[in-house]
Design a protein around this ligand. Sequence first.
Ligand code: CP
Length: 307
Amino acid sequence: MRHVVESQQFDRPLLERVFALANEMREVAASGGNTLLAGRIMATLFYEPSTRTRLSFETAMMRLGGQVITTENAREFSSALKGETLEDTVRIVGSYADVLVIRHYESGAAGRAAAYSPVPVINAGDGPGQHPTQALLDLYTIQSELGHIDGIRVVMVGDLANGRTVRSLSYLLALYQDIEITFVAPPAVGMREDIKEHLQNRGVVFSEEQDLRSVLPTADVVYQTRIQKERFADRPGEYDQVRGIYVIDREAMELLPRDAIVMHPLPRVDEIRPDVDDDPRAAYFRQAANGVFVRMALLKLLLAPEA
Ligand code: CP
C-alpha cells in the first residue's frame, strides 16, 4: 500500500490486518505511545475544516513518536491563496515530510495529489468524494461493538448525496457477506447512482426508504449523518427543505433493538438529540476515539510495514 486514496483499494485480508493492528495500537496508546516512527514527519494539509480527522491523525503520529507539520486552513493560510496548485504544493511538502494527510474541497483531489507526491498521500476527505480512513474506523467500530460484520443490517440516514463517509463505507461493506443496507434520505440528497450500481454489481441487498421509524426495529447499525450545509452554499433554500427531517431522539431509540448501535461520523448538528448520548447503544463517541488507533495502524503500514 503506497497511498490511501479510496476505499476500493482495500480487500478483506488488508482490512483484517488494519483491524488487528488497530487493536495493538489501542494498547500502545493506552501505555502512552512508543517510538516506532521517531524521526519521521507527517504533514497535514487541510483545505476544509476538521476537528476529528486532523487531530486524530496528529495524535496518532505523536503516539508513534513522530512529528507533525500542519496547515489547518490551507485555503487561506497557505500559498494556495496566491494561486499555487495542489500539484506543486504536494511536490514541495513531500520534500519536507514523510507522509501527507490531505483534506480538500474537490472530489478527486487526493488522487491528483498522490500522482505528484514523492511520499505517501492519505485522503482525509475530498469534497463529496470519499473519506476512506473514516470508513476504516467506522468498520473497525462495527467489528469492535458487534463482534462481526457479515450479516448485519445497516441503515444509513441523512445527506447521502454529499456524505463522503457513507460512500466510502458502502464500498467497504460490499466486501462482506449477507449485508443489507437501507438508505433513508430526503429524495434531493439520496444515495448517488454510482454507489447503488456498485452494490448491485457486488450482490449487496439494498433499499431506499422514506420512513426511518419503520426500519429501526430490524437495524443492527444506524449510521446517522449531518445535512452538509456547506455543500448548499449557493442554494440556502434547498438546505432548509432537507434539514431536520430525520432525527434520532429517545423515541427513535425505543424502536431500536437492544443490541443495535447508533453511529455518526460527527460533527452533529441536531440530527441526534443530546439526551440520546448516555444510551449505551450510542457508539459515536467511541467511534471517534477509535480513529486514533486506526490511523496509527495506517501510519505504521505506510511508514514502517516491516517493523
Ligand atoms: N468525521 C470527520 O471527518 O470529522 P471532522 O470533519 O471533524 O474531521
